[in-house]
Write a protein that binds this ligand. Structure first.
Ligand SMILES: Cc1cc2nc3c(=O)[nH]c(=O)nc-3n(C[C@H](O)[C@H](O)[C@H](O)COP(=O)(O)O)c2cc1C
Length: 298
C-alpha cells in the first residue's frame, strides 16, 4: 500500500493521481447493475490517471492486492452472494491478515428485501475491516427502489476525493495548462463495421434468421411471432437461457425522428466522448445520422 500521507499540493488541489497509481474494481453482480457501476467507477478513476482493472470478486477469491485500492460494488440475492462472488464470500470467512489492504464498498440492494437488505456488501465491508483492512471511504448503500443514481453519484464523488487525497500528484493541479500533443497526427485503424463496437460491448454475435412468421391471426392486436435462428458455431442454447436481440429502429421511425430534429439522414457525425467511458454511445467511428438513429438510439 502506498503511504496515505501524500502532501496535498499547496498551490492548488491535485487533479490527477501520481503516475503509476493503480486501482482495482471488483463486482458481485448477477444481472449487471454492479458490474456496470464497477466499470463506471473505474472510468472515473481512469480520468484521474489511475491504471484500472475491473473483475468479478471471484477473480480475487484467494486474496486481495495490497499495492492498490480495491473498490467493490456488490449486491445480494436473498441475502446470498451473487454467482460471481461465491468463492470470495467463502474466502472472507477465513482468517487473513489484511492490514495492508485499502478498500471501499458500494453496496447495491433493494429495500423491498427488508430482512436481508444490503446483506452481502454490509458483510464484506465489516469483515474486511475486522481483518485489518483500511476503509478508503465509508460504505454506500444504494437502493434500487430509492435514489440509486444519487447514492452512486455521492459515493463516486467521495471516492474521487479520497483517491486524490491519498494518491494525488502534487505536480498536477488546476493550474496546469493543456498538454501539447507529441505528434502532429493521431492515426486510428478501423476494421470491421460500425456495429462491431456495439456488439462487443454487449457480447453479441450475428445469427441468421432461418424462419419467421406470425403465430397470431392477421390483425390481432397483440401480434406474436415465431422466429427460428441458426446458432453459430460455439454458441449453445438450453431451455430457460435468454436470447437478447439488438433491435434496429424501422426506417419510417428513423425518418420521422430525423425530420423532427431537422437533420439530414446522410450527414456524417464524428461523435467522441469528452472522457473515456464504458456506458456511453458504443460508436468507435463516424456514423451517419441514419445509422445513429437506427442502431444506437432507443
Ligand atoms: C430474486 C432477488 C433477490 C434479491 N435479494 C436481495 C436481498 O436479499 N437484499 C437486497 O438488498 N437486495 C436484494 N435484491 C435486489 C438486488 O440486489 C438489486 O436488484 C441489485 O441491483 C442487483 O444487482 P445486479 O444487477 O448487479 O445483480 C434481490 C433481487 C432479486 C431479483
Amino acid at each position: 500500500m502506498e503511504a496515505t500521507t501524500t502532501p496535498v499540493v499547496e498551490t492548488g488541489r491535485s487533479t490527477r493521481v501520481r503516475p503509476g497509481t493503480r486501482a482495482l474494481f471488483l463486482h458481485g453482480s448477477n444481472y449487471g447493475t454492479c458490474r456496470e457501476f464497477a466499470a463506471q467507477l473505474a472510468d472515473e478513476a481512469a480520468v484521474l490517471g489511475c491504471d484500472v482493472e475491473v473483475a468479478p470478486l471471484d477473480a480475487y477469491a484467494e486474496g486481495l492486492p495490497t499495492d492498490r485500492p480495491v473498490v467493490i460494488a456488490a449486491a445480494s440475492y436473498n441475502g446470498r452472494p451473487t454467482d460471481d462472488a461465491l468463492a470470495f464470500a467463502t474466502w472472507l470467512k477465513g482468517t487473513h491478515d489484511l492490514t495492508d489492504v485499502t478498500y471501499a464498498v458500494l453496496g447495491v440492494g433493494d429495500r423491498n428485501w427488508a430482512a436481508t437488505y444490503q446483506h452481502l456488501p454490509t458483510r464484506i465491508d465489516a469483515r474486511l475491516a475486522e481483518l485489518g483492512a483500511t476503509r478508503l471511504t465509508d460504505r454506500a448503500a444504494a437502493d434500487a427502489s430509492g435514489d440509486l443514481t444519487g447514492a452512486v453519484r455521492e459515493f463516486t464523488a467521495r471516492l474521487r476525493a479520497e483517491l486524490l487525497e491519498t494518491h494525488g500528484d502534487p505536480d498536477a493541479t488546476d493550474a496546469v495548462g493543456p498538454v501539447e500533443p507529441a505528434t502532429g497526427y493521431k492515426v486510428r485503424t478501423l476494421t470491421g463495421g460500425h456495429l462491431d463496437a456495439l456488439a462487443e460491448r454487449h457480447g453479441l454475435v450475428p445469427m441468421t434468421v432461418t424462419q419467421a412468421h406470425d403465430l397470431t391471426a392477421p390483425g390481432h392486436p397483440r401480434r406474436k411471432r415465431f422466429v427460428r435462428v441458426a446458432l453459430p458455431d460455439g454458441i449453445g442454447y438450453r431451455t430457460a437461457d435468454h436470447l437478447t436481440v439488438l433491435p434496429a429502429n424501422v426506417p419510417a421511425l428513423v425518418e420521422r425522428a430525423a425530420a423532427a430534429l431537422g437533420v439530414d439522414l446522410d450527414t456524417v457525425l464524428d461523435i467522441r466522448p469528452a472522457r473515456p467511458r464504458r456506458d456511453g454511445l458504443a460508436a468507435d467511428r463516424p456514423v451517419t445520422v441514419r445509422q445513429l438513429l437506427t442502431n444506437h438510439w432507443s
